[in-house]
Ligand binder design. Sequence first.
Ligand code: LLP
Length: 413
Amino acid sequence: MIPYSYRDNRLFCEETDLAEVARQYGTPAYVYSKAGITGNYARIDAAFAAAPHLVCYALKANANPALLKMMAELGAGADVVSGGELAQALQAGFPAQRIVFASVGKTDAEIRFAIRSGILALNVESREELEVTARLAAEMGMTAPIALRINPDIDIEGHPYLTTGKSANKFGIALEEARAAYLWAAEQNSLKIVGVHCHIGSMIKKSDPYHRMAETLAAFVADLGKAGIRFEHVDLGGGLGVDYTKVLGEQGSPWFMEPEEMAAQVIPVLQPLGCEILLEPGRSIVGPNGVLLSQVLYRKETKGKKFLVVDAAMSDLIRPSLYGAYHAILPLQAGGVEPETVDVVGAICESGDFLAKDRELERLQRGDYLAVMTAGAYGYTLTSNYNARPRPVEVLIDGATHSVIRDREPSLF
Ligand code: LLP
């Protein structure tokens, strides 16, 4: 379900006119749909109902405290990548026993915090990190629950920055090395092997890489089983891709592959192991359920190029600048005005500061509002104060009601 639609040419999120939200709270503003987010979580959770499983929401996609609380109340687990995110997850009410922690560079303080908190698993990414974890746990007189992050050398054929499961990437441990590391871990009193972890990348568009990953992990778990090592869970990571060209309810599903299709590819492979299946979706839950509202400041024309200068910039949404990512842009008031081709740019002192290039848009004027679509994931979490710009306000829509879930940062002037 995509919660956006035009009614009488005005863009709505659920039952709320987005122009009203823009006028009331100002722009730039991140606006999220409660029904959309909870609905996507429930859909992924239900797709895996046939197997014991836990959906650990990846906080890095969007860690607004109100959204996290919503997710925790639905029974979700959490996937965190830093001590800061672990603290955010605990504060939001995720039980420690539902939290997994992956990071290629955990500090000693982060490892101690994770052990002390009693989380479900530290997803360990190198042999040296494993040894440090064992030593720190022993010094604390505690046991660290660990899963090794396997790098299965599977290509998701996506953007190089979003691929993590190739041997050229910094993430995880190669299969052979992981085997030896597990055998070593099994002998350490301060370590408890709880699972095995894999995350091969983000924006996965087909179910085949998941299938291959499940097969690799199943063979690995079976092999180590012969050596007496038991796993309680198999963690498949996140990565379910979102179609950024589908932004209105009438366009159907926002996903490249339905969660049921992914489940059908992996459950039969993993079920014989008798392990719980963990998933770490981020983008697929929040991405299609957030927009960045902005207002046109100026129109500007140079030789052969038209610019729409708006009040949102790369400090508010860096994806177009960083990955050349496409985000659809829609006017909040569509009026049958002639389309034109424009670059939509922000105020920041960089030519890389753009939200869209050579985009066909209805002709907009100073004061008009627009929505940058599919901005719910990796939007606010990647904001910065570059050029001394305050971070935007965040608003949650629930049917016809709306409320601020994080204030705009105060202006410095
Ligand atoms: N688990 C781990 C270990 C991860 O590293 C990630 C994402 C996820 C789960 C969640 O992946 P998702 O389901 O959201 O695809 N900033 C980039 C995306 C970076 C993804 C990093 N890791 C973007 O804006 O596209």
